[in-house]
Write a protein that binds this ligand. Sequence first.
Ligand code: SF4
Ligand code: SF4
Length: 169
Amino acid sequence: MPSTPVSFSESIQEKILEAHRIFRSWGNDLMGDRSIALLLQTLKGQILDSRKAMFDLGIVATCTHCDEEEGGSCCGAGIENRYNTVLLLMNLLLGVHLPAERLLPGGCFFLGRHGCVLEVRHILCINYLCLRIQREMPPDKMAALQDVTGREMDSVFTVHEAIKKFMRR
Ligand code: SF4
Ligand code: SF4
């Protein structure tokens, strides 16, 4: 097994290159590990559950309208700097194609024409709801959403830590 350490580079492009390098060295070992494979599968399910909840609660429609008609997307340039190499590696393990360049001027590096290109997102991105949505959503629906996104965040953390542990051993 290769002994490549996880390193945290400065720019998002460097982090992406590093994630690709680790994926080439470790990808098969990580996906071949039963426990990691199971955790990734669970994470995939949690991400789908969150997306469904956001769609069902009308958040996807509100954000699409805000972005396309009001120019109000909150996915601004610089947020990508919150991402580390392991989070990017997790996206590669789930088959995400990471962009080589910023897709939209002024937008987050991972913002595409149809929204975020990532599957595995930073906790800040999962958790963020603007004041407008917070004001408009009834408390019971907000609680239901927080329940499902809370599970996604737990799952992201669990896989993140499991991968770091796997690569240290
Ligand atoms: S979270 Fe709020 S500001 Fe961001 S895109 Fe949705 S509606 Fe617009
Ligand atoms: S949700 Fe995606 S596009 Fe939006 S800020 Fe987060 S990483 Fe960037």
